[in-house]
Design a binder for this molecule. Sequence first.
Ligand code: FPP
Length: 246
Amino acid sequence: MDIFSQIDLTKSPKHIAIIMDGNGRWAKKQGQERLFGHSIGVDSVRDTLSAAKKIGVKYVTFYAFSTENWGRPQDEVEGLMDLMVKTIANEVPAMNENGAKLWSIGDVSGLPQDCQDELRIAKEKTAQNSTINMILALNYSSRWEITEAIKNIAEKVENGLLKSTEINEKLINEEMNTQHFPDPELLIRTSGEQRLSNFLLWQMAYTEFYFTDVLWPDFREEDLFKAVLEYQHRERRFGQVSEQLI
Ligand code: FPP
C-alpha cells in the first residue's frame, strides 16, 4: 500500500513545524557552494507545503532564518537574504494556487528593507487564502520571542493595565508571535540533527518530535507523509495515562 493511503486524513496534525537542516552538507556532497543547497531547499518547501495541503494540514511553520544565522559568513547571509527576497516574490502565484496564506514570525524589522517589502507585498497578495497557512520564521529565536513577551507584559503591569495575578498561560500565548496559530503537534527536523535550536520552545511543550537523516534539499512529499504516519502511530498522552484518553 502506498504511504499516502495509509494516512488517516481525519487525524492529520493541524500544525507541523519544520527545521530545514542539511542544505550545506547536501551542496557539499554535490561539489557545490552552500547556497546551491539553500536554493534547492526552496523546492522542498514548495513540495512540502503542497503535500501538507493534500492531507489537510492547516499550518506549516518553516524555520528559514534564525537570529543565530547572522553569525554565518557574510556571503552566505547575503545570498540567503537574496534567495529569500526572490523566493517570496516568485512563490506568490503558487501560494495563491494552493490557497496558502503567508505569515511570518520573528523580528522582521531586522531584515533588509527589500526583504521586508517583499514579505509585506506577498502577505497582502495571499491574505484572502484560507486552505493552508505558510508561516516563515525569519530572524526568529524563541528566547527573543519570550523575552519580548515578558517585556510587553511587564509594561502593562507597570502602567496599571494588568495585575500580576492575572498573568496566565492564555495571556502569555497572546503575547507570542504565534498567537493566531495552534501549537504544532509535530516537529520535523531533517539531516540527522536532534536539537531544538531555539525554535518555538514555549509552543512545543507537547509536540511530537520526528528526526530524519534525509537532508532538506532531498525532502519531498513522501518524506512528509512518512513523518505524519509515524506521528499517527504515536500516542499523545499530555501527561495522562492511556486509559484516560479512551
Ligand atoms: C539549514 O541548513 C538551512 C538554513 C539555515 C536555511 C534554510 C532556508 C531555505 C531552505 C530557504 C527557504 C526560503 C524561503 C523563503 C522559504 P544548513 O545550512 O545549516 O546545512 P548544514 O547543517 O548542512 O550546513
